[in-house]
Ligand binder design. Structure first.
Ligand SMILES: [Fe+2]
Length: 289
């Protein structure tokens, strides 16, 4: 069931989390007229907790499935295919418990960023599912490499650098659209052409992949890893800006920074050492309490 936050006013990320749905589904529920958020002077959607509570009460029973499953249902991925993908994602979470919750946060933050960038709403769905599944190819990487502390040899780097292509190979038979596949394949490309697997440059990298690259890198920096502690958020933002135009798309970095300071970006929870059993997702404090 969705996590409860104490704030009375929630942003879109928090409201979606509160209902246990993806941001795209939240938008669909709004479009159906079930409730109406109000707008901040900057045009961002805000939700009263009481309004969401009332909606949940009226809609009991519709909110049992995990967010990930709803993302796939939204994309028309049903039945056995959905179950297989859910199992693969669960397997990744089980193998690499340090990155648990990473895919969900990357998906939520990618959609928030798309909204900040004014991206056509019709593209949010593909972005969300691509962001959610971006690392599915890691299922094919051996634990000895995936979980290794310290640097990797060039032989060990090869399977890591192949995970985007492996991801596409897993997803293509499911019939996702090409935007989803392009996110999975190109999320490690760099603007300067020194990324992998295809060394694409600049705009040759799809916008979805450029967005996921920034969101994914930020989440990795502010998360604990086996070989290092989480980086403070301000340091991670500085890192994004320092590499804008080199590794990252400058426009995407600028909008991401803006979204962070407007408290729209979801962060990982407390470090493992402090809160080992409550590590799912801790939301950014809402605007008003
Ligand atoms: Fe990746």
């Amino acid at each position: 069931m969705a996590q409860r936050v104490e704030a009375r006013v929630l942003n879109a990320t928090q409201a979606a989390d509160y209902l246990g749905v993806s941001i795209c589904t939240l938008k669909k529920i709004e479009n159906l007229g079930h409730f109406r958020p109000y707008r901040t002077p900057g045009g961002h959607r805000r939700y009263s907790r009481q309004m969401l509570e009332e909606y949940l009460e009226l809609s009991k029973g519709f909110f049992e499935a995990p967010v990930a499953e709803k993302i796939l249902l939204d994309q028309g991925v049903a039945g056995l295919q959905r179950d297989v993908i859910m199992s693969l994602m669960a397997a990744i979470d089980t193998r690499d418990h340090y990155s648990r919750g990473h895919s969900s946060r990357v998906a939520a933050n990618a959609v928030v960023l798309a909204e900040h960038m004014g991206l056509d709403e019709e593209r949010w769905g593909a972005l969300e599912v691509g962001a959610y599944l971006h690392d599915i190819g890691k299922i094919a990487v051996r634990d000895a490499i995936l979980l290794k502390r310290g640097s990797l040899s060039s032989d060990q780097r090869r399977p890591i650098e192949e995970h985007p292509l492996m991801g596409a190979r897993i997803l293509e038979p499911v019939g996702f659209d090409k935007e989803v596949i392009s996110i999975v394949v190109f999320h490690h490309e760099r603007i300067d052409g020194r990324g992998y697997p295809s060394r694409l440059k600049g705009d040759a990298i799809s916008l979805g992949a450029r967005i996921v690259c920034v969101v994914d890198s930020f989440d990795a920096m502010v998360s604990d890893r086996p070989y290092r502690s989480a980086m403070p958020v301000k340091v991670a933002l500085r890192e994004l800006r320092a590499n804008a135009g080199i590794q990252f798309d400058s426009g995407v970095v600028e909008k991401f920074t803006e979204a962070y300071y407007e408290r729209e970006i979801m962060l990982p929870s407390l470090p493992h050492s402090l809160e080992p059993r409550l590590r799912e997702v801790r939301l950014v404090p809402a605007v008003a309490t």
